[in-house]
Design a protein around this ligand. Structure first.
Ligand SMILES: NC(=O)c1ccc[n+]([C@@H]2O[C@H](COP(=O)([O-])OP(=O)(O)OC[C@H]3O[C@@H](n4cnc5c(N)ncnc54)[C@H](OP(=O)(O)O)[C@@H]3O)[C@@H](O)[C@H]2O)c1
Length: 245
């Protein structure tokens, strides 16, 4: 930690801000989870997260995407938040090339039901063939259709085994793993103790009762985390926590 006083994100150049999110050099692979919530802990407003996010959160959001090998998202979030194809702008492609990365990260969607719209831009306009991470119990009627637009990763029998899924991603060379949720995916990753980092933006709103937290699903023991930085910009608090080893 540099200071007990959070730094103004708006004073950081893009390069400085990007550098603040470098994964540890010694890590062979790294699972980072990124969320935004209201100050009172709501993960969505009227069903999706867009109202909670602003330009400062999006600035970090885009840089996190820019530096990942694979972006993992649950089917629930894909259905509610209207995911587009994961395509980098020319400036970000340039940054990725300079850092030895392929032009675009791979998109990976987690589903048991396989109930995803194969005609959605996420699949149809993808610059890189997406992955669908699923389990053996997923209905063939759905997975056959998904196999036309994505590579299937089958990890687990009745439900996706995230430890196995992340191992398969690593084998494919996808070592910088960014997960954008949603809450059920974070709950499972926490239960399996797989989260290396949580980036959390607290946005300056009270949302009131009703919404879920950023995590849902199975209970878990406490997972100790260390605060790597706290930045603030226009009332947003941008927190970066890493696993306490
Ligand atoms: N504030 C934020 O930063 C943020 C981020 C993300 C999402 N959200 C919000 O969160 C809400 C969606 O939450 P959610 O929890 O339903 O979404 P989610 O965690 O993205 O998706 C849940 C779905 O993922 C699949 N899944 C989860 N665990 C699985 C496992 N072990 N094996 C196989 N499939 C598994 C299932 O898909 P199938 O149903 O297809 O089987 C399940 O229904 C939305 O309102 C969204 O806006 C907010």
């Amino acid at each position: 930690m540099e200071s007990i006083f959070p730094t103004e994100t708006t004073e950081l150049t893009d390069a400085e801000l990007i550098a603040r999110y470098a994964p540890p050099a010694e890590a062979e692979s790294w699972l980072r989870v990124n969320f935004v919530s209201s100050t009172d802990g709501a993960v969505e407003v009227d069903g999706d997260s867009h109202a909670l996010s602003g330009e400062d959160d999006m600035r970090v959001f885009r840089f996190l995407r820019m530096r990942c090998d694979v972006l993992i998202t649950g089917a629930g979030t894909v259905r509610t938040d209207g995911y587009q194809a994961l395509r980098m702008t020319p400036e970000r492609v340039e940054w990725r090339r300079e850092h030895g990365l392929p032009d675009h990260p791979v998109m990976a969607v987690v589903t048991r039901s396989g109930d995803l719209d194969v005609s959605a831009p996420l699949f149809r306009n993808a610059p890189v063939r997406p992955l669908v991470i699923t389990c053996a119990a997923a209905p063939r009627s759905h997975t056959d259709r998904l196999a036309e637009v994505a590579d299937l990763v089958v990890a687990g029998e009745e439900t996706v085994d995230f430890g196995e899924a992340l191992r398969v991603l690593r084998e494919r060379g996808l070592r910088q793993q960014l997960c954008e949720g949603g809450p059920h995916i974070l709950g499972e990753l926490t239960a399996a103790d797989l989260v290396d980092e949580l980036c959390l933006t607290l946005s300056p709103f009270l949302a009131g009762a009703g919404a879920d937290r950023i995590t849902a699903g199975p209970p878990s023991p406490l997972r100790p985390m260390a605060l790597a930085h706290a930045l603030h910009a226009n009332g947003n608090l941008l927190l970066r926590y890493t696993r306490l080893r």
